[in-house]
Design a protein around this ligand. Structure first.
Ligand SMILES: C[S@@+](CC[C@H](N)C(=O)[O-])C[C@H]1O[C@@H](n2cnc3c(N)ncnc32)[C@H](O)[C@@H]1O
Length: 330
């Protein structure tokens, strides 16, 4: 789920010409702003250098997380495809690029809404070099989100890493509006932290209350069985750019972006019977799978070489976040 080559090329060019220490300072400022109190009364992404830092440093990760969530949604949504897409709090457009990659026919029109003019400007510039016509032709519109927000109706509404920047009341009204405005589906992604998960669960409750069916990650529309100190989240691997290595140090060529998400639809479709909710543990002759299941809530599957044959081979290939049983057997 790496960002496509055209997006990576555009992002790599962003900090060209900036001395590495200036680029690192811009990212440090941004991280400090995000650690401060949110919501804020004005955009955190205030000017071109904030936005360039955000795009270079965070967009590959938000893209990867959102694209992973879309892949799980698509696996359940069959042939459904959006003709119109609304990217709420879309910033520099990570979710818009991910939607275009997921439905490559370019048969949809995307609209990006955000209150940061600087983010929209950079988003538009990045989009101009996209291979995808849907990204190139996206409309970038300034719009503050909050109580009185009225969203245009669209087949697919995406809300990527936005709810955490809104106060509780704005969060409820934005999710309610997303649920009203979406003609087909809503996909919401938040950071994979306990707080991000709590926001996703609250949004999931709202979507269920509005008559949606959750297609991913949950295998059911019941209450989430994760309790106490546990929270449902997944990981998307992101290649580290030289900027990342410079800022975070360390030698790993990648990092894992943790995210929580909910993808829900108005149209008839079935969630999977189960989903792998932890890294599978591979032992000698057996694989332990921690699963969230439609019928038994949280449970552990022990798949052995001796008893399960082909299923054991599939279990060895299974990944955190995959559906289970594997698609051919669901
Ligand atoms: C963390 S960024 C996520 C951007 C993009 N969706 C992504 O996934 O990379 C949060 C975005 O929400 C926007 N945002 C935050 N509060 C907002 C508000 N009250 N009205 C409109 N946009 C808002 C910010 O300007 C920013 O672009």
């Amino acid at each position: 789920m790496q960002a496509p080559d055209d997006l990576r090329a555009a992002l790599n060019g962003l900090l060209d010409g900036l001395p590495p220490t200036r680029a690192a300072q811009a990212v440090d400022r941004l991280i400090a702003a995000y650690r401060g109190a949110t919501p804020t009364d004005a955009p955190i992404l205030r000017d071109a250098s904030d936005v360039a830092a955000y795009a270079a440093y965070r967009m590959p990760a938000t893209y990867a997380a959102f694209r992973s969530a879309l892949a799980e949604f698509q696996a359940r949504a069959g042939a459904w495809a959006p003709a119109t897409h609304l990217d709420v709090g879309g910033g520099t457009g990570a979710a818009t690029w991910a939607v275009a990659d997921a439905w490559r026919q370019d048969a949809h029109a995307s609209t990006v809404l955000d209150w940061s003019e600087a983010a929209l400007t950079l988003g538009r510039e990045l989009a101009a070099g996209a291979d995808s016509a849907a990204v190139r032709d996206a409309e970038w519109r300034r719009a503050p989100l909050g109580g009185a927000v009225r969203l245009p109706e669209s087949d697919l509404v995406t809300v990527s890493y936005v709810l955490g920047e809104l106060d509780a009341a704005a969060r409820v009204s934005v999710v309610a509006e997303a649920a009203r405005a979406a003609l087909g589906a809503v996909v919401i992604v938040e950071p994979g932290t306990p707080d991000g998960y709590a926001r996703v669960i609250a949004a999931r409750d709202q979507l269920l209350g509005a008559g949606y069916t959750v297609l991913a990650p949950c295998p059911h529309d019941l209450a989430c069985p994760m309790e106490g100190t546990d929270w449902c989240h997944f990981a998307a691997r992101v290649n580290r750019s030289s900027l990342h290595r410079q800022i975070k140090g360390g030698s790993l060529p990648y990092e894992d972006e943790k995210f929580s998400y909910v993808a829900a639809a108005r149209f008839p479709a079935e969630p999977a019977a189960g989903r792998v909710v932890r890294h599978p543990q591979i032992r000698k002759g057996q694989v332990l799978l921690d699963l969230c299941t439609r019928d038994d809530g949280l449970s552990r599957g022990i798949i052995t070489k001796k008893r399960h044959g082909d299923l054991y081979r599939a279990a060895r290939d299974a990944d955190w976040g995959d559906t289970w049983p594997p698609p051919a057997e669901s």
